[in-house]
Design a protein. Structure first.
Length: 144
């Protein structure tokens, strides 16, 4: 299984916003520079995140983007579902999608795997990810 670039970059975008939570709005150009991601690509990624209410935008000179909720209230599942949907294969969520549903052992495996992935992503918040990121950064360059 492989996550799309949109999911990976969407998570990096949300992590950057979570790192700035409570400090005001953040410009996409700043995140793009910090994360080494095209600003144009980020502008496409942020649209669905705004659409599901994870991000707010503010226009004007002091505008930018910020999380719509506290990082402790946003799970990785909330973010990944925006870009990947909430199930691995269509037949798990919609049994009518395949005529072999009743005899397909693979479907059972996809359902189990999807459940484990969902459980794991639901158990990690952006707040936890920010802390994990800080710990990794401190390992690279410990404060003096």
């Amino acid at each position: 299984m492989k996550l799309s670039t949109r999911s990976r970059y969407g998570l990096r975008l949300m992590l950057a916003l979570a790192g700035n939570y409570g400090k005001g709005n953040t410009f996409l150009k700043d995140i793009a520079r910090e994360e080494e991601i095209s600003e144009k690509y980020l502008s496409l990624i942020i649209i669905p995140l705004k659409g599901v209410g994870l991000v707010n935008s503010v226009r004007g000179s002091s505008g930018g983007y910020k999380l719509a909720k506290a990082p402790s209230q946003i799970t990785l599942k909330n973010i990944v579902d925006v870009f990947e949907g909430d199930c691995l294969v269509d037949c798990v969520k919609n049994p009518k999608a395949c005529p072999r549903v009743s005899t397909c052992a693979s479907r059972d495996i996809w359902a189990i795997l999807g459940g484990k992935i969902s459980e794991t992503l639901s158990s990690i918040t952006l707040e936890q990810l920010v802390l994990m990121n800080k710990e990794k950064m401190e390992q690279i360059s410990p404060s003096i």
